[in-house]
Design a protein around this ligand. Structure first.
Ligand code: OOG
Ligand code: MG
Length: 257
């Protein structure tokens, strides 16, 4: 049997992102399974590297029930972050560069030295140098933000842009910090870091394990987004967005009007 055409699917998804044009789901029609979907993701990353972008870390997706319920997919997934996706804290994005952007509050880790594959993480603070509040801007390349598990994996888990707030040393206890997402000064989502796999530190174990299955090793100096603690909210032109994480502070962005 002929497998799905990984290069062609990556090209369709890459063009959809570059031109902010939604496409239909691909997995059912092309017979794409989850393993082949990660191969598409790798090809999409290569497309970005070929135009000079740098891989700066990984993001986890669907690590909270709120997110799983919002998109109707209930598996933890991971994707790639590049330097071009990073927006400075307080920076401005153009919603016209995206199809149907949404924002969600996250916790970011700055990775230190990680154990060899197969070895457990000793102390979390050996593996993570600092933590920060963050905002992820997601933008599914599929029409109506609707997809299956292999579709969203192939689409680099809807990754589009992200903001990292100020770094802090790892506080004692990351497992139950209050999280708010504010739009124009109004609370749009309320949650807790407990929503992220019970403790966002677990997201790192999952990231090491799941990326390791596809031969990807996390590196010192990489960023790591642990996954949204709440559902995502549509980003409208002119909006001012803040993610506030107890003990860690605030990350913010503006959408140009
Ligand atoms: C998939 C990406 C999920 C998260 O933090 O859960 C994600 C999506 O919702 O489109 O980034
Ligand atoms: Mg996210």
């Amino acid at each position: 049997m002929i497998g799905p055409d990984v290069a062609r699917i990556a090209e369709r998804l890459g063009l959809a992102a570059d031109t902010a044009t939604a496409i239909g789901q691909l997995a059912a029609e092309t017979g794409l399974d989850v393993d082949a979907a990660y191969a598409v993701q790798t090809a999409l990353l290569q497309r970005r590297l070929d135009r000079g972008e740098r891989l700066v870390g990984l993001k986890m997706g669907l690590t909270s029930r709120a997110k799983m319920a919002q998109v109707g997919v209930d598996e933890v997934i991971w994707g790639r972050l590049t330097d071009v996706m990073r927006v400075p804290d307080g920076g401005t994005v153009d919603t016209g560069a995206y199809i149907h952007p949404r924002v969600e509050p996250e916790v970011a880790f700055l990775l230190d030295r990680l154990p060899e594959p197969g070895e457990p993480i000793g102390e979390f603070t050996d593996a993570v140098r600092a933590v920060a509040p963050a905002i992820e801007l997601i933008d599914s390349r599929y029409a109506d933000f609707t997809f299956s598990l292999p579709d969203v994996v192939a689409d680099n888990t809807s990754a589009a842009a992200f903001v990292v707030g100020p770094w802090s040393p790892v506080p004692d206890g990351l497992e139950n910090l209050g999280v708010l997402l504010e739009i124009d000064g109004r609370v749009a989502q309320v949650g807790s870091t407990a929503a992220i796999l019970g403790d966002p530190r677990r997201a790192l174990d999952e990231g090491i394990r799941l990326a390791g299955r596809h031969g990807v090793r996390l590196r010192e100096g990489w960023l790591f987004l642990a996954g949204a603690a709440t559902a995502a909210v549509p980003l409208r032109p002119g909006a001012h967005v803040r993610a506030v994480v107890e003990k860690l502070g605030t990350a913010s962005l503006r959408a140009a009007s």
